[in-house]
Design a protein around this ligand. Structure first.
Ligand SMILES: NC(=O)c1ccc[n+]([C@@H]2O[C@H](COP(=O)([O-])OP(=O)(O)OC[C@H]3O[C@@H](n4cnc5c(N)ncnc54)[C@H](O)[C@@H]3O)[C@@H](O)[C@H]2O)c1
Length: 259
């Protein structure tokens, strides 16, 4: 059997949401370094433009889109455009997400609850629905959804976020079964607390950030936060042919937190 070479994504096209920041940006950078053409989809238009320029400056193929994953139309337009400009999407990473500060359920208002569901659940659904027909037709593809360790090992005060990330895991498993016979793989990464701008949103800007981070670090057996690169390397595995027989799986990258 031939093993995959060092450039694991040569000739592949990856569509990544939430690509302007944190894990998403690290994922497009690593995928591009492995030869992929990357399409960055994020609601932060200015940061998408900057990231695309940086990637192109480094000699990579990159496309950028202002996409709000809660808006089905912007998702579908960007997917159509990537399909038109390339040989077709091979890899999809649903990384866009939003946190909410630790809050007792009775203090979570309808607006916040709806927004957490819209971004974290509906957003993933919109993207999956938009990309699946072409992946099935080509009989290849890897979809990677970013959930969270709290889906499997919750913390109190995150009920809306935990519900949303469990929906992502359920969607992953269901879609994996639905598309397996068509050659499409669908998997999930459950990251532990990670060194990205989102971490402070969980802690809450008005709270003691240093103390909040210490609480996180103390709860992780390996004694540190996840680096966005830890998550990107997991995504590279799932995107590549190395994971050719892996589908419906949830991979924890959390320094042992979920054990
Ligand atoms: N940071 C953590 O501790 C942690 C832990 C577990 C899981 N996660 C998950 O990892 C993923 C990546 O988060 P991150 O830590 O890199 O955070 P981040 O805040 O650095 O990046 C999130 C990105 O998503 C984008 N985004 C938000 N709403 C969007 C929308 N409606 N449409 C399009 N883009 C949108 C943001 O603009 C941002 O670029 C998220 O799904 C998050 O829930 C994060």
């Amino acid at each position: 059997m031939q093993h995959p070479t060092a450039m694991q994504l040569e000739g592949k096209v990856a569509y990544v949401t939430g690509a302007a920041s944190g894990m998403g940006y690290e994922i497009v950078s690593l995928f591009a370094a492995h030869g992929a053409t990357v399409a960055l989809a994020d609601v932060q238009e200015g940061r998408v433009t900057e990231a695309v320029e940086k990637l192109r400056g480094d000699g990579h193929e990159a496309l950028g889109y202002r996409v709000d994953v809660t808006d089905r139309a912007t998702v579908e337009e960007s997917v159509r455009d990537v399909e038109r400009r390339t040989d077709g999407i091979d890899i999809v990473v649903n990384c866009a997400g939003m946190a909410h500060e630790f809050t007792p359920i009775e203090k979570i208002d309808d607006g916040l609850y709806r927004r957490v569901m819209d971004v974290n659940v509906d957003g993933v659904f919109h993207v999956c629905r938009a990309v699946v027909p072409a992946l099935k037709e080509r009989r290849r593809g890897s979809i990677i959804n970013i959930a969270s360790v709290v889906a499997v090992r919750p913390r109190p005060g995150l009920t809306a976020y935990v519900a949303a990330k469990n929906a992502v895991i359920g969607m992953t498993k269901s879609l994996a079964l639905e598309t397996a016979a068509d050659g499409v793989r669908v998997n999930c990464i459950a990251p532990g607390a990670a060194e990205t701008p989102m971490l402070n949103q969980f802690i809450g800007e008005s709270n003691d950030i240093a103390k909040g981070r210490e609480m996180y670090v103390n709860s992780i057996p390996m004694g540190r936060l996840a680096d966005p690169g830890d998550i990107a390397r997991g995504a590279l595995y799932l995107a590549s042919d190395n994971a050719g027989f892996v589908t419906g799986e949830v991979i924890a990258i959390d320094g042992g937190r979920s054990v």
